[in-house]
Design a protein around this ligand. Sequence first.
Ligand SMILES: Cc1cc2nc3c(=O)[nH]c(=O)nc-3n(C[C@H](O)[C@H](O)[C@H](O)COP(=O)(O)OP(=O)(O)OC[C@H]3O[C@@H](n4cnc5c(N)ncnc54)[C@H](O)[C@@H]3O)c2cc1C
Length: 407
Amino acid sequence: MPKLKVMIAGAGLGGLCLAQMLRRGDVEVEIFERDASPWDRPQGYRLHIDRDGVNALREVLPDNLYRLFEATAMRPLPFTTIVDTGLKELRRMPSGGHDKSPSHWLAEGIAQHVNVNRATLRHILLTGLQDVCRFGARLLRYETDAEGVTAVFADGSTERGDILVGADGIRSAVRRQRLPEARIMDTGVRAIYGRIPIEQAQRLLPKQVLADVFTVASDDRRVFLGLGPVVFPNRPHVASDKFAPEAGLSSQDDYVVCIIGGRREYFGNDDAMLREAGSQALQALSGRMLDGWPVAARAVPAQGDPTSFFSIEMHTSVPCDLGETSRATLLGDAIHAITPTLGRGANVAMRDAALLGHAIVAVERGEVGLALALNAYEREMTGYGFSVVRESASMGQRLMGQDPLPT
Ligand SMILES: Cc1cc2nc3c(=O)[nH]c(=O)nc-3n(C[C@H](O)[C@H](O)[C@H](O)COP(=O)(O)OP(=O)(O)OC[C@H]3O[C@@H](n4cnc5c(N)ncnc54)[C@H](O)[C@@H]3O)c2cc1C
């Protein structure tokens, strides 16, 4: 019987999901994360989780952690609502047109669309993995041979295993080596994210903003204001330290994430300024981006927590062919980075993790050979992954004037 050792580069959502699944399948796993701690970099606030994400989490997590995910997930009404620049409703569209099911609920009574706090979900995914997760370990490159793969780290150390999984995000070192021709493209869209505390949001925003998955307004320039609530359910219970001491969860503030975005021209074509500006300068800039909008919307950024604003440059991967299978494989943003437009990147990364986890567990059990299992995984994963990349790019082109993918 094979006794595999799997090395994962990257302790993001995809890498952690895979590690959880491998643990359940009794496969030896080690995770190597570049950052010194899980909370080193702000990575955003709200995550929209759809049925891909919910299904993947149910497969990879032990029951107690899955229940914790459910208990900390807000169940919004399954709509994205389009409002005018005065925040008056224009139309409500069912969220997630990609999953053809008309129902808000999966068969088991679980919501198809939930909003979660990203840090809370990462906390849940890290639970029980502390002993196999090495922080401050930046993968530089790898070497493969007939018997295995050697990972080489920035501090000069090496590790040996049977499989290396590049779950190391959009700038993946594994992808750069395995697929040097693969491209990441700047979409030309920039955005500023901030958090509005729930008390201010309740005073300022229409009720539906606090109930729906997402609400968005945009103007003739396609400059947009997006709003997504994260309201912690069952707060009285969850706030108790008894609720989830193993995950270190005690409380979480409710908020509405607010996003102000558009083509980089409207941000003065000044990426250096956006990168260097502090939170308060970005908050002020967000307000100026909405100059000319009715006051109801223009006043929104000013209500945000002044320490919470950060900017992003939206990039996308360009779909490509993975070629021959290798002992170094890829998942999530490392292979199919998806713009945040549809809120699907994390969901697809977690779907990859569940699929790859099943494939590796089958190899461990001697049911299939390694090369065959990885080949089947990569074919299926690139099929759905790149199709979401294209879907998100084309929506971004229509809604935000994003540069098109090369044909
Ligand atoms: C502002 C914003 C909002 C978003 N909202 C949503 C949403 O609502 N819903 C949704 O589904 N998606 C959303 N996304 C997309 C989602 O965040 C990503 O698709 C998702 O995080 C990808 O997961 P991942 O595990 O592949 O990569 P990541 O989460 O990026 O994790 C990669 C990890 O690898 C580590 N790493 C990098 N290089 C190395 C190295 N050389 N060695 C070791 N470790 C390394 C990084 O530090 C990181 O921890 C959003 C993205 C942004 C930017």
